[in-house]
Ligand binder design. Structure first.
Ligand SMILES: C[S@@+](CC[C@H](N)C(=O)[O-])C[C@H]1O[C@@H](n2cnc3c(N)ncnc32)[C@H](O)[C@@H]1O
Length: 232
């Protein structure tokens, strides 16, 4: 049984597409992850599992990778409905990520990719998800995540203040005050001990699971792109 936290429901899901207003580099940032997959996964080995479909924003970028065979999973019915409308030809599964991974055969995918999803998981649950990701990857396979990998110390709070200001700039002038309140609260919660995913702790945590070649780079304020490999 899963104990996943559902942090997307109601207006956050219904008006999720407005998030790009607060992240003008949303696509450019995620494209670093897409480039990592296109460069590192051989063309005949691109079975990709995406964790956290959302409205299909990242899924669409993944689908542009030559030879990509994508299965994507999300536990929110509203998000899944939006993604299915955008991407009717893709395999989009409504399921809890941990349960879905646990039901997959080991060594069955070449790439596990995710964006802005794993930081929404409480740390003990996320640990189990990352262990399952290692299990389902084939040896030599790639795990990559474009997400909030928080920097340490003052930089972390500067990044939070920067992001909160972005939400104010984008949402106040559109009169979206209820949504603004939810996103600001959500961004603060992301930095709480329950959820925070610190960049500095990531190599040790993933290394303990067996991952090698672990990098957190392409930093843009709070977010960065992580790549790690299951050894051959
Ligand atoms: C912020 S969205 C990101 C979507 C997309 N990658 C993007 O960049 O726009 C995160 C998604 O992950 C989903 N999610 C969060 N926790 C999940 C879990 N435990 N199992 C499945 N989906 C989950 C949420 O429902 C949400 O749709």
């Amino acid at each position: 049984m899963s104990d996943a936290t559902h942090r997307f429901s109601g207006s956050l899901a219904e008006e999720y597409d407005l998030i790009t207003l607060a992240y003008p580099d949303f696509e450019a940032f995620q494209r670093h992850m897409i480039e990592a997959i296109a460069t590192r996964a051989p063309q005949d080995r691109r079975r990709i599992l995406e964790i956290g479909t959302g409205n299909g924003f990242t899924t669409r970028l993944l689908a542009g990778i030559e030879g990509a065979e994508i299965v994507t999973v999300d536990n929110d019915p509203e998000m899944v409905a939006q993604a299915r409308e955008q991407l009717p030809d893709l395999e989009i599964r409504e399921a809890d990520a941990l349960t879905f991974l646990q039901e997959m055969p080991e060594r069955s995918v070449d790439v596990v990719a995710s964006a802005f999803t794993l930081h929404n998981m409480e740390a003990p649950y996320r640990d189990r998800v990352e262990a399952e990701i290692f299990r389902v990857l084939r040896p030599g396979g790639l795990f990559t995540n474009a997400d909030k990998y928080a920097p340490d110390g003052q930089e972390r709070f500067d990044a939070l203040a920067f992001q909160v200001n972005r939400f104010f700039d984008a949402f106040l002038e559109r009169g979206k005050t209820d949504l603004l309140r939810k996103w600001v609260t959500h961004n603060i919660d992301d930095q709480s001990p329950r959820f925070v995913m610190l960049a500095s702790e990531t190599p040790t945590r993933l290394g303990a699971l067996g991952f090698v070649d672990i990098h957190v780079g392409h930093r843009s304020h709070m977010q960065a792109v992580m790549t790690a490999t299951r050894p051959r």
